[in-house]
Every structure is written in structure tokens, then in C-alpha cells.
Design a protein around this ligand. Structure first.
Ligand code: SF4
Ligand code: SF4
Length: 359
């Protein structure tokens, strides 16, 4: 599975599932949005996770499962078991790693076993990572993964479109891998430890200005097993989760239930279709609070919003609107999506094509 295909499915409700396997991470990047480190131990219960993924059925499963962290490859055996279980139902599995293991100069066997079972492998590369894992070591490990036949991409993060680090790293990756490795380029967000690094005041990322919100399309399993309608770090860390964003918990609910809740929720349908600020403005008597996600988090406190959404977006009409907006975003292609959600200058790199032998 190529990066473009993975990103291309992002606007489709229920087409994917994000799993935060552990908050733990051997690195301590200054921009880490999840506040990960080796001292944090929070992670979903393994048995509950395996049971949840075992509830996928060929006719009702996410097309894509994305394993993230923290560092998911601190748990290579669990990652492998989840991958195999999801693939049995027809899902494809991708994983995003900070590449801690590359410092050893080789990919340890259990880690390589987990990686080669994947349908796609993504490595995080940025200036903060490079202070702990040299770029050359990451490239060596990526070459080994490519040689083993797993498609690879790089997730780059910089301070903004003019960051010279990004220009240098992009050129280096393109040259080293002869454009066989697509890239997803993001800007540091004011979240977790990244809050100290983001420009002051934090710039409004493109997607925070632009409805609709595709980030409400794929449920996310948070570090405590709560399943949240959105992958935004504020929603993942906030307790209690705003009612319209809480889909359930892996201890109590299976995939068909979670998917149905996401797809059938009138508020989520309209967050996906028109974005939270327009939704608030349409139904609430007060103006929306500043900020795209802040407006979203406040929706549960506005009973008129729930009532209005239930009136206008329940049933087939709501499903139709939800589907049409997702189709429109999908038709615009993965680069258009990255222009809104990532660093627009580098959006086209998401479509770099791997060589035939890498697929
Ligand atoms: S590798 Fe990723 S999860 Fe780990 S500290 Fe760095 S940014 Fe955070
Ligand atoms: S608008 Fe709501 S669903 Fe979308 S990213 Fe923000 S909090 Fe999540």
C-alpha cells in the first residue's frame, strides 16, 4: 500500500482506525505532541486490543489500521499479532515509528518481523529526531526495509514551509532513494512538548481554518483504550472526552459498534461535512469560541447543536451529505488533502511513486 492510497482514504468515514499502541518512547523529542518518553507507561490493555481487532469481519472492518505511539515498535510482537489479525479480516496495516532501533546500525529481528508483516511502514524524520537518531542510520534501516519488500514513506516535520531543514531533508531523501520514498510533510503543532516550540502565537494550521474536518472520519484508540472520533491530540488527552467525540472503549465495544456510532452520529456527520465552527454558528445562539478544535470541543455543551443536527442530519439525508463531502475530498486526491492538513508547499511529495519492486 502506497502512502498516497493511505492518505487518499483519510476523508472516508470508517475507512480507517488509528491505534495508539503505547505512549512510551525511547526518544525524547522536544516537539513531541504526545509527551512521550521512557518514563511514561500508559498503553491500552493488550488483550482488549487483540479482542477489539478480532471483531473485524471481512464485510465490516476498517480498510486501513494505522499503528502509532509513542513508539509502537517497543511492542513488536503485539504489533505483529494485531497486524496479522487485522489482515485476516482484509484490513491493511501501516505503522509509524520514530526509528529508535536504527541507532544500533541494524534492524533487530523482532522489529524486522513486525515491519515486514506490514502493508506500509512510515518513519518519522525531523531535526529533533536527528539529535537522537542520525539521519544516515535511519536511511540505512529504511533501505533494509525496502529491500525486504515493505513500501516505505517518511513523515517529516518542520517549523513551517520556509524551514531550511525541510528543504535539505526533502532534497536528501529524494536523492538518496531516487524518488522511491513518498513523504508527508507537517508543521510543528502547539501540542504536548511542541507547545513550547510552536511559533508564538501559534499559527492557525490550514485545516483549522478550513472546513470540513476529515480528522473526524477515522476513530482513534487512545492510550487508555477509549475510542475517540478524532485523532487530534487534545481530544485524545482530554478527560472527560466531549460527549460527541467519545465513541466508546475497547473493553466494552467492538469495531462494528464503534463504526456505526461514528457513521450514524448527526453531530459527527456535520463536523465532517461543514466543520465545527459552521455547525456551531448554524444552530447555537452564542458565537463559536475562537479556534477550530476549541469550537468542536464545545459542541457538546450546546444542546441546540445536538437538537439541530439530529433534526437535519439523522437518517438517509445526513448519511448522503456525509458521503458526498467525503467523495468530494477523495476525488480531490491525497495532495489536496495534505495541502489543508499538512505543509502545503510539500504536499505533492505524498504522491511520489515507489518502484514496482517496492509494492
Ligand atoms: S519519536 Fe515520536 S513519540 Fe517518540 S518522543 Fe519523538 S515525537 Fe514523541
Ligand atoms: S474539529 Fe473536532 S474532530 Fe476535527 S480535529 Fe478538531 S476536535 Fe477533532
Amino acid at each position: 500500500m502506497d502512502l498516497a492510497e493511505l492518505i487518499g482514504r483519510r476523508p472516508t468515514p470508517g475507512a480507517g482506525l488509528l491505534v495508539a499502541l503505547t505512549r512510551r518512547c525511547p526518544l525524547s523529542c522536544a516537539h513531541c505532541s504526545t509527551n512521550s518518553s521512557l518514563t511514561t507507561t500508559q498503553r491500552p490493555d493488550s488483550k482488549q486490543l487483540l479482542r477489539f481487532v478480532a471483531s473485524f469481519e471481512p464485510a465490516n472492518r476498517p480498510d486501513v489500521v494505522m499503528l502509532t505511539g509513542g513508539e509502537p515498535l517497543l511492542l513488536p510482537r503485539l504489533a505483529l499479532r494485531l497486524t496479522r489479525s487485522a489482515q485476516r479480516a482484509g484490513s491493511r496495516v501501516a505503522l509509524l515509528s520514530g526509528m529508535y532501533f536504527a541507532r544500533q546500525g541494524r534492524v533487530p529481528r523482532p522489529v524486522m518481523g513486525a515491519i515486514t508483516a506490514l502493508d506500509h511502514f512510515s518513519a518519522s524524520v525531523d531535526a529533533h529526531h536527528e539529535r537522537e537518531v542520525p539521519r544516515a542510520a535511519v536511511f540505512r534501516a529504511l533501505r533494509a526495509v525496502l529491500d525486504a519488500g515493505t513500501p516505505v514513506s517518511v513523515h517529516l516535520t518542520g517549523s513551517g514551509p520556509d524551514d531550511p531543514y525541510l528543504a535539505d531533508a526533502v532534497a536528501d531523501i529524494r536523492r538518496t532513494f531516487a524518488d522511491r520514498v513518498p513523504m508527508l510533510v507537517n508543521e510543528v503543532r502547539p501540542l504536548g512538548r511542541g507547545a513550547r516550540l510552536a511559533a508564538q502565537p501559534p499559527p492557525a494550521p490550514h485545516h483549522f481554518r478550513a472546513p470540513p474536518c476529515a480528522m473526524a472520519a477515522w476513530p482513534t484508540i487512545a492510550f487508555d483504550g477509549t475510542v475517540i472520533a478524532c485523532c487530534g491530540q487534545r481530544a485524545i488527552d482530554r478527560r472527560p472526552v466531549p460527549a460527541h467525540l467519545r465513541l466508546g472503549h475497547i473493553a466494552e465495544h467492538d469495531w462494528p459498534t464503534i463504526r456505526e456510532r461514528s457513521l450514524e452520529s448527526p453531530v459527527l456527520r456535520l463536523v465532517r461535512a461543514m466543520g465545527p465552527r459552521r455547525l456551531h454558528s448554524r444552530y447555537a445562539s452564542s458565537p463559536p469560541p475562537d479556534g477550530y478544535c476549541r469550537a468542536c470541543h464545545g459542541l457538546s455543551d450546546q444542546p441546540e447543536v445536538g437538537d439541530g443536527a439530529a433534526r437535519d442530519a439523522s437518517g438517509r439525508v445526513g448519511a448522503l451529505i456525509d458521503g458526498l463531502v467525503a467523495d468530494e475530498q477523495r476525488a480531490a486526491g491525497p495532495a489536496a488533502l495534505v495541502r489543508r492538513f499538512g505543509c502545503a508547499r510539500y504536499a505533492d511529495l505524498v504522491t511520489l511513486a515507489p518502484a514496482e519492486g517496492d509494492r
